[in-house]
Design a protein around this ligand. Structure first.
Ligand code: ATP
Ligand code: MG
Length: 459
């Protein structure tokens, strides 16, 4: 089907028949498009921005496709940098904004590069036509182009119909496309959650069959995509789809295994993520809060198990929660090398959120220290999510917010011009600031071997 479509002509939708207006395109992206067009190159808006604009959503970024070669782009834009080794991309920079401009790429050639498993190994570094560029993209709704010369939409892949039908469908055979790049399965789930679309049955079938291929994907890409599954306001749906289609078993096996054991556990995870989505309706939620909410039921149960095992001994529940959070999260974090600030903050949120069930005291140095802690805003946000999850507890969040306003970093900043606002103590910036001196050996720790002593002896 994929390669029959390739011979099909493009569907061209003139300006009068679609809703994508230049007014909604970023002015700097427009400048790049116009300049390329004035130099007689093809210049298309491509990918997610066309999809989002046709749906009336604000795109995250604006990518451009062109037949100009990377060097030609660089010659014509002073503010252009070429990046990438295998395939050179032009980054056209406007202040902090980057407009990614890519030369059209070729689709993989099935005859030349089919491997012993029937997979098409794509040679990503060969230039191609606009049609070939559309066909190498992941989903039909991501394969649409907007032509700046005619203001029309060019559809080589049936993306417009799928946009209307609210359907995520791979371009070509999903069994091949998902094995070529297993991360596409995570992208399918993310787009379905973010756009409120369904994934087409063929793609679901392929996902269930090839979810295990995620083990072959690069760990850094998976780490990034797991964080992108925390879709703003729709995390419950994206994690639920990932769980239903078997992706979660391969991404976060300990969590998925724990959930499979009872419906009650599943329901707790969905409730926790729903609380997160409710919070996201009113504010931008950090990934650490999302991470904490995803694992909260698992960590809470683990803490209870540890408490039951230590029955009779005096134990502080906060401390147990920290031990449980570290026990649950450490293997995952080590495997994917999640940013330290992300998971340490999540552990702190899991440990400390219930401090917000007590009223703060402006005279308590402990409470004032807490609001001036670099993590306070995120722990507070975590507590707000917990408030939606445990509405029966008497949360004192407003009182803490008042104290934060009156005695927190901003108030101190006003009173004392030299004051440096606190940073997340787990962030790289904070760690860089820490003095580097040699650590004192712990009492009882074995003495470190010298180079001489550790050198292998001969004979
Ligand atoms: P978002 O709104 O999340 O940025 P997006 O569709 O713009 O969504 P990007 O990751 O920015 O997603 O990628 C831009 C475009 O590049 C996609 O729309 C798609 O056409 C193409 N693309 C990205 N990743 C892949 C992939 N793994 N396989 C094929 N095409 C891809
Ligand atoms: Mg994008």
């Amino acid at each position: 089907m994929f390669f029959l479509r390739k011979r099909n002509k493009a569907k061209i939708i003139p300006r009068a028949e679609h809703c994508l207006s230049r007014r909604d395109i970023d002015p700097d992206a427009l400048k790049v498009l116009y300049r390329l067009a004035s130099l007689n190159y093809d210049a298309y808006l491509v990918g997610g921005s066309v999809r989002d604009l046709l749906l009336g959503r604000a795109p995250k970024d604006f990518d451009i496709g062109t037949d100009a070669r990377p060097n030609e782009i660089r010659h014509n834009f002073k503010n252009c940098f070429l990046v990438g080794k295998r395939f050179r991309l032009a980054h056209i920079v406007f202040g902090k904004k980057v407009i990614e401009t890519a030369t059209f790429r070729k689709a993989p050639n099935p005859n030349a590069v089919q491997d012993e498993h029937g997979l098409y190994q794509s040679e990503d570094n060969t230039f191609g036509t606009p049609q070939e560029d559309a066909l190498r993209r992941d989903f039909t709704v991501n394969g649409l182009f907007y032509d700046i010369k005619t203001f029309s939409i060019i559809d080589y892949v049936g993306g417009l119909k799928d946009l209307q039908d609210k359907c995520i469908r791979s371009i070509g055979d999903p069994c091949i496309r998902f094995r070529e790049d297993p991360v596409r399965m995570m992208r399918a789930v993310r787009f379905a959650a973010k756009l409120g679309f369904d994934i087409c049955p063929n793609d679901i079938k392929a996902m269930k069959k090839f979810a295990h291929e995620l083990a072959n994907a690069s760990i850094s890409r998976i780490c990034e995509e797991i964080q992108r599954l925390f879709v703003h306001g729709a995390t419950e749906r994206s994690i639920r789809l990932a769980y239903e289609y078997g992706l979660l078993d391969n991404l976060l096996p300990s969590l998925a295994k724990w959930m499979h054991e009872s419906k009650e556990r599943e329901a707790k995870v969905w409730a926790s993520l729903n609380a997160l989505d409710t919070l996201a309706q009113t504010q931008e939620v950090s990934n650490a809060v999302a991470f904490a909410m995803l694992f909260q039921p698992f960590v809470a149960e683990t803490a209870e198990t540890i408490r039951a095992k230590n029955a009779g001994k005096r134990s502080n529940l906060n401390h147990l929660r920290r031990i449980a959070a570290e026990r649950v999260l450490t293997p995952i974090v080590k495997y994917y090398r999640f940013p330290r600030a992300l998971w340490m903050t999540a552990v702190d949120i899991l440990e400390l959120s219930d401090r917000f069930t007590n009223r703060p005291e402006a005279t308590s140095s402990r409470d004032v220290r807490f609001i001036n802690h670099g993590l306070f805003p995120e722990i507070l946000q975590g507590a707000e999510a917990f408030k939606h999850l445990f509405p029966n507890l008497s949360w004192q969040i407003d009182a803490w917010k008042r104290l934060y306003r009156s005695a927190g970093p901003a108030a101190r900043h006003e009173a004392d011009g030299d004051f440096v606002p606190p940073v997340n103590p787990h962030s790289r910036k904070a760690r860089r600031r820490r003095p580097r001196g040699r650590r004192k050996p712990r009492a009882g720790a074995p003495a470190k071997q010298t180079a001489e002593a550790s050198a292998p002896t001969q004979g």
